[in-house]
Design a protein. Structure first.
Length: 335
C-alpha cells in the first residue's frame, strides 16, 4: 500500500503542475517541471511490485539479463534529471530566454538518446548520466536558496534531487559489481530513500501553491472579525455577484474591502490637521486604528494618513496588524 500511496501523491503533484501550466503562460521552465514530476511519478509507478511484475511480463527475458521494469525505472529517473537540468539552466544569469529554448532542445535530444540507450542496452549508462545531471541541479539549487516561498520550494526540490544523485551513485556501484537486479525488500533496492526522494521532489514542485493557499486561509481566519464588522457598516464596498473561487483571491478581496471600508469611515480621504501625523510605531498605529475601527466615536480620531499602510508594510501585512490589534483590543465602554 505504501508504494501505491507514494505514487498517488506524486501523480497529484504532477496534475497540479499541469493545472498551473494551463492557467499561466506555458514557459520552457514550467513545461520542464511538468515533465520532471511526471517522470518521477512514472518511476514510482513502475517500481510498485505488482506493476513491475506486469512490466516484466511484457518482455519475459528482459534485455541483456536485466528485467524491463528495472530499465524503465532507471529511464524515468534519467528523464527527471534531464528535465530538471532544463529548469536549472533557466536559473543561470548567462542563459537568456532566447537561448533557453535552444539549450532545452539540445538537452532533451541528448536525454532522449540516453533513455533509448538505457532501455535498450545499458542501465549503468543511464545512472551514469543521471548522477552528473543531479549534481548540476544541486549546485544550481544551492545558488538560488533564500527564505521565500520559492526558496523553500527550491530547497525541497533540491533535497530530493540530491537523494536521487546519491541513490544513482549506489546503483552504479551495484551494477559495476554485476550484482543481481534489486527488488523491493532486497538490500540493493533502497526503496524508502527512493520514496523520500520522489515525495521531496513532488512537494517542492507544488510548494508555492501550497504555501500561498495556507497563507491565504490563515489570513482569512485572522481578519474575519474585522472584515465582518466593517462590511456590516459599509456593504457597498462588496462588489460582484459571485465571491472569489480561490482562497488567494478571497483574501485579496477581503483586504481590499477592509481598506475601502476604513477609507469611507474616515470621511473619504479627508486629512484632519487636529489629528496630526500617525505614530511611527506600526504596532501603536495599528492599535489606535483598531480602536477607531471598533468604535468610531470612542475618542480615537484618525484620518486617511493613518489608514494608509506604513512605509515598508504591504496592504496585507497592514490589515493583518490591524486585525490582530482588533481581536485583542476591547471597546472603550468595556474597559
Amino acid at each position: 500500500m505504501t508504494f501505491w500511496l507514494g505514487a498517488l501523491v506524486i501523480w497529484m503533484a504532477a496534475g497540479a503542475r499541469v493545472g498551473r501550466v494551463l492557467v499561466k503562460p506555458a514557459t520552457t521552465a514550467r513545461l520542464a517541471i511538468v515533465l520532471a514530476v511526471a517522470s518521477v511519478a512514472a518511476a514510482a509507478t513502475a517500481a510498485i511490485p505488482e506493476v513491475a511484475v506486469t512490466v516484466d511480463h511484457l518482455l519475459p527475458g528482459g534485455v541483456d539479463g536485466r528485467p524491463l521494469a528495472e530499465r524503465v525505472v532507471a529511464a524515468a529517473w534519467l528523464m527527471f534529471a534531464v528535465a530538471t537540468s532544463v529548469v536549472a539552466a533557466a536559473a543561470w544569469p548567462i542563459v537568456s530566454r532566447r537561448n533557453l529554448r535552444k539549450i532545452a532542445a539540445s538537452i532533451y535530444a541528448a536525454g532522449l538518446a540516453a533513455v533509448v540507450v538505457t532501455v535498450g542496452w545499458s542501465v549503468l549508462f543511464g545512472w551514469a548520466v543521471t548522477l552528473p545531471a543531479c549534481g548540476f541541479v544541486a549546485i544550481t539549487g544551492l545558488r538560488n536558496l533564500d527564505w521565500t516561498a520559492l526558496g523553500r520550494g527550491i530547497a525541497l526540490y533540491t533535497s530530493g534531487t540530491v537523494v536521487v544523485g546519491v541513490l544513482a551513485a549506489l546503483s552504479i556501484r551495484r551494477l559495476a559489481r554485476d550484482e543481481p537486479p534489486a527488488r523491493p525488500g532486497t538490500p540493493g533496492w533502497f526503496w524508502p530513500a527512493w520514496q523520500v526522494a520522489g515525495l521531496f521532489v513532488a512537494l517542492g514542485a507544488v510548494w508555492i501553491v501550497i504555501e500561498l493557499w495556507a497563507r491565504a486561509r490563515l489570513l482569512l481566519r485572522r481578519i474575519r472579525v474585522l472584515h465582518r464588522t466593517l462590511i456590516g457598516r459599509f456593504p457597498e464596498v462588496v462588489t460582484g455577484d459571485k465571491p472569489a473561487s480561490t482562497a488567494q483571491l478571497r483574501a485579496s478581496d477581503h483586504v481590499t474591502q477592509i481598506m475601502d471600508a476604513m477609507y469611507l469611515q474616515s470621511g473619504g480621504g479627508v486629512e484632519l490637521v487636529a489629528v496630526g501625523p500617525p505614530p511611527a510605531s506600526v504596532a501603536e498605529r495599528a492599535d489606535l486604528v483598531a480602536r477607531w475601527a471598533r468604535d468610531p466615536s470612542g475618542g480615537v480620531a484618525v484620518d486617511a494618513r493613518w489608514i494608509a499602510p506604513p512605509e515598508g508594510v504591504g496592504p496585507r501585512g497592514w490589515v493583518r496588524a490591524i486585525a490582530r490589534a482588533y481581536r485583542t483590543t476591547p471597546a472603550e465602554g468595556s474597559r
